[in-house]
Structures are given as structure tokens and as C-alpha cells.
Design a protein around this ligand. Structure first.
Ligand code: F0G
Length: 352
């Protein structure tokens, strides 16, 4: 056992980084793989959650951001720029702060969860509110990225996927082999591509005996892979995956085909049900987009498509604290108010 040093130090031999290169890290990675008996029971296999909300800024983006920003540092620095549904911008803003670089984030107006917006603000990024959706934002920042003083840190930056593939390494290192099935939400499709790369690399090195079947899950109103073509006006309560024209299209299709997997969609209601179930019966608070992976798994199980005895890992990509408004919905927070005495509290909680 040793103190976790961040994914670059931990997995340097598998990453495009040389000894002596600058490393911009916040200690990302090393996230919990939590067994979820409440899900195993329902699914008929053994289900684990890879809890990526435990990363420094509360999402899996930090794994990619440490690689991308370290590479910018090696080149002497630049203004970090991204389009984002919220988590990439939170991560970029934090790593920019650590690196001492400026950061600007382009955000679809009115569609970013409050916690994520707060993160970009407190870390000192410049916010640009776009009259358009994520897909519009990505088109715009890709155009800006031709400037030499700008570094694009969206997942079209290949270093992002390199960093993110380490989550697959961690799963194998913890379980001792690849799972039967790996289930995760799909938005811009970088993460499913990154996991597939990580699993293939570990299998090629003999560190895993197999690669998993990859199951991607989209939100019904933002499901271009299910439709087979881009969606013009994506809509879902899971704003993190409100994306209609995924950049890593070909890589994600390759992950699906080569793994014998599938990419399905679930409704917003299924997402919210899964979020509540994970919170109440597993003890992990995830954001709506993250719950899509579990919602998709539960739906597949109901259709009898989970092989008996399978080991299933669901990545829960982001922390529930980022978007408390959606989790609470129309819940009124109105606890009973009591005087500061033990009997009064005992009565309030129904103890005799
Ligand atoms: N889950 C969460 C919580 C996300 O923030 C994202 C993407 C995804 C899943 C989907 O991952 O895009 O690699 O398929 N969020 C990006 C952002 C788009 O800007 O934060 P993907």
C-alpha cells in the first residue's frame, strides 16, 4: 500500500508520458469499486459500481484532464478551452488552477447543473454562455483550437482518452480480471471508447484473460447511436449527456461491435428511478447521467439478457452533489422542528 499519486504516476508505463515530463495532478483515479448487492439481486449477477464521482472534481473527466493539461504544460502552457455540459468545464477549471493557466468554458445556456457551474466559477474560469447546445459549442471550440494560444481539452484531444482508459485498468487490477459486462452512460462517446482501449490493452498484455461486453446507455431524447444518426435537438433531464452529435462516433461503434455489445436508451423516468434506487439501497449518490448506466442494466435484466452469474461493472460517472435540484425534484425540505431536548428528538423519530 502507498499513497495514491494520481493516474499518471500510477500507470505511467501505459501512458504517452516520459520520465521528467511535467505532471499536473490533483490525485485523480483510484476510485472505489463498490459491490452493490441490491443490484446483484435484481440482475442475477454480481454488480459493482465504479464510483467516478469520488474523483477530485467529482467526475471521471479528471482522469483525462490530468493527461491533457500535463501535455499543455509540456508545451509551455496555453488558454485551456472546452465546450461542456458541465463536468468537463469543472475539471478543466480545476486543473487550469493547479497549472496556473487561464481557462475558458463554453456552456449551453440554462442547461448546466448548479454545482458544476459553481465549480467553474470558484476555480476562476471564464464562462461563456452559448445560445445553442453542446454540439454547437464543440463545433465552435474546435474552430478556435487552430489558434496557437488555445489548447482544446475536450475528449477530441487524444490525451483525454489516454487518461480515461486507466479506469478500465483499475477495474481489472481490483477484480483480478475483466468483468463479463461493462455498462456506462454515453454522451459524446469518449468514455466508452477510452474504456474499450484500456480493456484491450490490458488483455493484450495478459493482465486480463478477456475483454468485457460493452453496454452503452443513452437517454431516450438524446440517443443518436440508437437512432443510427445525429439527433438535432437532444433533450433529457440528464443534462450531462444531452448530446446529439457525438464526436467519438466511430470509436464508440467499434467498441460496441468488437465487444459484441450494444448501445441502448432509457427514459428520463427510468434514469430518476435508478438514481433513487442507487441512493437508497446502495448508498451512493450519483448524478442523473450516471444513473443511466444502471437504468440500462436493469432494463436488459428485465428482458432476460444478463447471462446468469455474470460479473457486471457499471460506471457511475459523476457525483450526485453536482445536481441536487434534479435529485430533489419537487421534494419539499420541511423536517419537523423540535426543542433541543433528547425526548423531543426521540419523539420526532418515533422512538418510544
Ligand atoms: N456522465 C457524465 C456525468 C458526464 O458528464 C458525461 C459527459 C458522460 C457521462 C458521457 O461521457 O461524453 O465520454 O460519452 N460529459 C461531457 C461534459 C460531455 O462536457 O462534461 P462521454
Amino acid at each position: 500500500a502507498h499513497p495514491w499519486q494520481g493516474i499518471i504516476a500510477e500507470y505511467a508505463e501505459h501512458l504517452p508520458i516520459a520520465p521528467g515530463d511535467p505532471v499536473v495532478t490533483l490525485g485523480e483515479g483510484g476510485t472505489p469499486l463498490v459491490e452493490a448487492p441490491a443490484l446483484s439481486e435484481r440482475v442475477g449477477g454480481t454488480v459493482y459500481l465504479k464510483v467516478e464521482g469520488a474523483n477530485p472534481t467529482g467526475s471521471f473527466k479528471d482522469r483525462g484532464m490530468t493527461m491533457a493539461v500535463s501535455k499543455v504544460a509540456a508545451e509551455g502552457g496555453a488558454t485551456l478551452v472546452c465546450a461542456s455540459t458541465g463536468n468537463t468545464s469543472a475539471s478543466a477549471a480545476a486543473y487550469a488552477a493547479k497549472a496556473g493557466m487561464p481557462c475558458a468554458v463554453v456552456l449551453p445556456a440554462g442547461k448546466i447543473a448548479a454545482g458544476k457551474l459553481a465549480q467553474a466559477i470558484v476555480h476562476g474560469a471564464t464562462l461563456v454562455s452559448l445560445e445553442g447546445n453542446f454540439d454547437d459549442g464543440l463545433r465552435v471550440v474546435r474552430e478556435l483550437a487552430s489558434r496557437p494560444d488555445v489548447a482544446l481539452v475536450n475528449s477530441v484531444n487524444p490525451y483525454r482518452l489516454q487518461g480515461q482508459k486507466t479506469a478500465a485498468f483499475e477495474v481489472v487490477d481490483t477484480l483480478g480480471d475483466a468483468p463479463t459486462i461493462h455498462c456506462l452512460p454515453v454522451g459524446n462517446a469518449g468514455n466508452i471508447s477510452a474504456y474499450w482501449m484500456g480493456y484491450r490493452e490490458y488483455a493484450a498484455l495478459g493482465k486480463a484473460s478477456r475483454t468485457p461486453i460493452m453496454w452503452g446507455v443513452q437517454a431516450e431524447g438524446a440517443a443518436p447511436f440508437v437512432k443510427g444518426e445525429p439527433v438535432e435537438n437532444p433533450e433529457t433531464i440528464a443534462t450531462a449527456i444531452r448530446i446529439g452529435n457525438p464526436a467519438s462516433w466511430d470509436l464508440a461503434v467499434a467498441a460496441r461491435e468488437e465487444s459484441g455489445g450494444r448501445i441502448d436508451s432509457v427514459s428520463d423516468a427510468q434514469i430518476l428511478d435508478a438514481q433513487a434506487l442507487i441512493a437508497r439501497e446502495v448508498g451512493v449518490f450519483v448524478e442523473p447521467a450516471s444513473a443511466a448506466s444502471v437504468a440500462g442494466l436493469l432494463a436488459r435484466a428485465q428482458h432476460g439478457q444478463v447471462p446468469p452469474g455474470a460479473t457486471i461493472v457499471c460506471t457511475v460517472t459523476g457525483n450526485g452533489l453536482k445536481d441536487t435540484a434534479t435529485a430533489l425534484g419537487d421534494t419539499v425540505i420541511d423536517p419537523v422542528t423540535v426543542p433541543p431536548t433528547a425526548p423531543a428528538v426521540a419523539e420526532a423519530i418515533g422512538l418510544a
